[in-house]
Design a protein around this ligand. Sequence first.
Ligand code: SF4
Ligand code: SF4
Length: 306
Amino acid sequence: MRRSPSPGCVRSGGGVIIGVASGKGGTGKTLIATGLAATLARRNKASVLLIDCDVEEPNAHLFLRPTICWQEDVSLPIPKVREDLCTHCGRCAAVCEFRAIAVARERVFVFPQLCHGCGSCARRCPQGAIIEEPRVLGTIRAGSALGALQFADGQLQVGEALATPVIRRLKVRALREGCGADAVILDAPPGTGCPVVETLRGCDFALLVTEPTPFGLHDLELALKVAREALGMPVGVVINRDGVGDERVSEFCMQAGVPILLRLPFDRRIASAYAAGKLWVDELCEYQEPLLELYEGIAAGSRAPG
Ligand code: SF4
Ligand code: SF4
């Protein structure tokens, strides 16, 4: 395993907030997020909050086995039109930028799956004909694990496409209740779309997990565009399964000025522990020290002035 010093990052109001992301699934993002959080908790190095923001397919709980202490539904206010009051003037449809409401000659149609619950149509209706009803998008929950670890995750309803409001609410409530944590680790969804942007927004540091393959390089380039170029975040890279591919990811990082903070070697024991639903850093304690150094490098950067 080889490690490099990390760059500085902007310190948040409470502890340092690290978003763990990758351009696609299957690169080891959850492996790193859970391994880092569990190591900090096990070694009593920091009070830690892990938020699994992959609300379409949350799986950090499989390894951490948290005890859940609260759960809540996340919903959006969806318009419902009172036809007895509606004059079919069309103003609601004109103001909706998501084309979630359409006005025909004698009827108004609402398309809940397209609606973002912004309320513009209700505010614009001159007849007061639009009332709002909640539509549940998913659930969020939180609890504790390993004795010292705070945990939160969310689950999108089956068939639901709007992950962003669920992630937003998950972050707000989990961060509010875990505001005393020294370290907050967010496991982002795969990809580079709106759910990833919502996860990384407000983080102090983006830890991008990749693997040394052509696909890994391609997805790292995309993730870097989101984290560094679009969001202006300090970034660092973890290369997972180091040794299986080539040096192109390393060369790219050098040319792009992105520090490689950790190289996790290809180790069948890690894959076996992960596949068995075991916490890999408990099974393979030799990996705890490099993960601690990874965290301490990022946290030290967050404390550095400027
Ligand atoms: S703005 Fe109000 S009155 Fe006009 S079409 Fe929409 S619901 Fe009906
Ligand atoms: S609440 Fe917003 S997104 Fe939904 S239909 Fe009304 S204007 Fe469109």
